[in-house]
Design a protein around this ligand. Structure first.
Ligand code: KIV
Length: 285
């Protein structure tokens, strides 16, 4: 069990204070059902904008809207009792100005009731992070590979092999911490850079494709359980193959329906429970 008491909501200061302690366990959740299943096992649930790709079949996260994030955030809040719930700010909802970011983040906080928001970007977003934090909105940073910048980056690739790139990610993480973020995701970044950042900044680093050198880890839940099987990034460990189970269940159901094996008498209303075999002598009740 985590260091946090069972069923007591994990707070943002508790996450921040876990820096350098027991690894912080985070997963994504987009629905109430998933939140119920994950809640007691994790410290933090992220309603990630990856839902655009995972649930809606988009090619990137760019098409996700604030309304989508709010609806999924509300669903996750209904299913979670203990985990600290953070909601991603989608592309276009915070980049224009700190004021725009505050307006949209305040809407998320009011309508979802979550503990904070996450936004992507380093040095260039520091002013916005400071603006939000000073006005009562806890911010989870996100540096390294930035999925919302896929077009300027020219694709999804890991960062930090070249010295200049490594320095850039370190500067970004320092700017995010200095601006008041309570923790930061480091995505798709080589091990030694993740280690340097984790040692250099006073807030927890949460890695995804960023080695065990971080203070915690996050994965997309559908990757972890084998539900999003189009492609499996190197950093994902599969703990189940639910996609295969679902497909096999659908196949068995289709065969049963076509062979008139389903529904059987036990699935029917108006038939006595003992009368389980579909025979011509059955009496309806
Ligand atoms: O959108 C998301 O799910 C994320 C995590 C993978 C960090 O940003």
């Amino acid at each position: 069990m985590s260091v946090h008491a069972k069923w007591k909501k994990v707070t943002v200061p508790q996450i921040r204070d876990q820096k350098g302690g027991e690894p912080i366990v985070c997963l994504t959740a987009y629905t109430s059902l998933t939140a119920v299943l994950l809640d007691e096992h994790v410290d933090l649930l992220l309603v990630g904008d990856s839902l655009g790709m995972v649930l809606y079949g988009m090619d990137s996260t760019l098409g996700v809207t604030l309304d989508m994030m709010i609806a999924h955030g509300q669903a996750v809040m209904r299913g979670s009792r203990k985990a600290c719930v953070i909601v991603d700010m989608p592309f276009g909802s915070y980049q224009e100005s700190p004021q725009e970011a505050f307006r949209n983040a305040a809407r998320v906080m009011k309508e979802v009731g979550c503990s904070g928001v996450k936004l992507e970007g380093g040095v260039e977003m520091a002013e916005t992070i400071r603006f939000l934090v000073q006005r009562g909105i806890p911010v989870f940073g996100h540096v390294g590979l930035l999925p919302q910048s896929v077009n300027t980056a020219g694709g999804f690739r890991s960062l930090g092999r070249a010295e200049k790139e490594a320095e850039g990610v370190l500067e970004d993480a320092m700017a995010v911490a200095e601006a008041g973020a309570f923790a930061t995701v480091i995505e798709g970044t080589v091990e030694h850079v993740a280690r340097e950042i984790t040692e250099a900044i006073p807030i927890p680093t949460i890695g995804i494709g960023a080695s065990p050198e971080c203070d915690g880890q996050i994965l997309v839940t559908e990757d972890l359980v084998g539900l999003f099987s189009g492609f499996k990034p190197r950093f994902v460990k599969r703990y189940a193959e639910l996609g295969e189970s679902i497909s096999e269940s659908a196949k068995a159901y289709a065969e049963d329906v076509r062979a008139r094996r389903f529904p059987a008498m036990e699935h029917c209303f108006g038939v006595k429970p003992t009368e389980t075999k579909p025979t011509a002598t059955k009496k309806a009740v």
